[in-house]
Ligand binder design. Structure first.
Ligand SMILES: *Cc1c(COP(=O)(O)O)cnc(C)c1O
Length: 341
């Protein structure tokens, strides 16, 4: 199996990263005349910590990993872009992924001029390691898996995920954006077993902090080091760092409990509606629902003031709408409108 270094682009291996004014000295400082900041205090006049030291310590403690294995991004989307920039030579290397899945993997591949190979999930959106391994060749640097998967909602079979990660010679990115809804299925406690694995999580879903933009990547200190060298120095602003630190004292468990309860109600009610053909099993905070005429159902819901996501053009998702679990009142309105179709 290749070393991490051998997977990293040569220009990134050789990169002398930008060093900030505070990198040279981080002892107690009285007078800061090193960074051309405005000295008049208003709460925001100083640059934020580019290494997010305090936040990484907090997150590491909550997640049971070392701070050195935590990368903090401006949303998971930053980490997705960075893995391409670190590992994929534009116009030459490629990435493989399951389909249907989160579309940012494909968009970020296109932005970075990286060929993107999609391998359909099997029936019932099941994941089979062999198909994805067959799509890879000696120019395949990245593989994207998402579990629970967006937009299908299901967890991928953990044995197949493990089989893939062990056999694939590149970097596997396992996106666990929805793992707070199925915490016992996370691969994070086993991170150290898999040197070429990057696990993505986010505060945008169960934690309820989408507006602050904070995504997490967990990987070996070596991989985290490369991601950190390539990121913008001040990628997480001081307001986000402060507010997130405060919110981390209360976990997502209460929101998860309420949403899972609402999800059960939707899973009971949706199949009883004439317009609904199929409701797919879900381990996330959304439900994939198949109807006869998704365009018409979408329009009728919008007329009633409810917006859902039309996913019917994705492979294997004919007729499918993706519906986020809302508040009890919001879900009530959804069911009422669907009942009128
Ligand atoms: C919502 C979502 C994310 C989160 O992205 P952020 O940039 O952290 O808000 C990541 N991956 C998947 C699959 C998602 O659905």
């Amino acid at each position: 199996m290749p070393e991490i270094k051998d997977l990293v682009r040569e220009n990134i291996q050789a990169l002398a990263p930008y060093s900030t004014a505070r990198d040279d000295y981080d002892g107690p400082v009285g007078i800061q005349l090193d960074a051309n900041e405005n000295p008049f205090e208003n709460g925001y006049n100083r640059y934020p910590d580019p290494h997010q030291k305090e936040l990484k310590k907090l997150i590491a403690r909550i997640k049971g990993v070392t701070p050195e294995s935590v990368f903090i991004g401006n949303g998971s989307d930053e980490a997705i872009d960075l893995v391409y920039r670190v590992f994929c030579e534009p116009g030459r290397d490629n990435a493989v992924a399951i389909t249907p899945t989160y579309s940012m993997y494909r968009v970020a591949a296109a932005v970075n001029d990286v060929e993107f190979r999609e391998v359909p999930l099997s029936e019932h959106f099941g994941f089979n390691a062999s198909g994805l391994l067959e799509a890879a060749d000696d120019r395949t640097k990245l593989a994207f898996l998402c579990s629970p998967n967006n937009p299908t909602g299901n967890l991928l079979d953990p044995d197949e995920v493990e089989r893939f990660v062990r056999a694939f010679e590149g970097i596997t990115v396992l996106d666990e954006a929805y793992i707070d809804f199925a915490p016992e299925s996370s691969f994070l406690p086993r991170l150290a077993e898999f040197p070429r694995l990057v696990i993505l999580q986010t505060l945008s879903k169960a934690w309820g902090l989408a507006g602050l933009r904070l995504g997490l990547a967990f990987a070996s200190p070596e991989i985290v080091g490369y991601l950190s060298n390539v990121k913008y120095p001040y990628n997480i602003n001081c307001v986000t760092q402060e507010i997130v630190a405060r919110h981390l004292t209360k976990g997502p468990e209460e929101a998860v409990r309420r949403l899972v309860k609402e999800r059960s109600r939707l899973l009971e009610l949706l199949p009883t509606l004439p317009v609904v053909r199929e409701v797919y099993p879900t381990d996330a905070n959304f439900v994939l629902v198949q109807v006869d005429d998704p365009g018409e159902v979408y329009r009728r819901l919008v007329e009633g003031g409810v917006i859902v996501r039309d996913r019917s053009s994705l492979p294997g998702c004919a007729g499918c709408l993706r519906i986020t679990v809302g508040t009890p009142a919001e879900n009530e309105r959804l069911i009422q409108l669907l009942g009128q179709i």
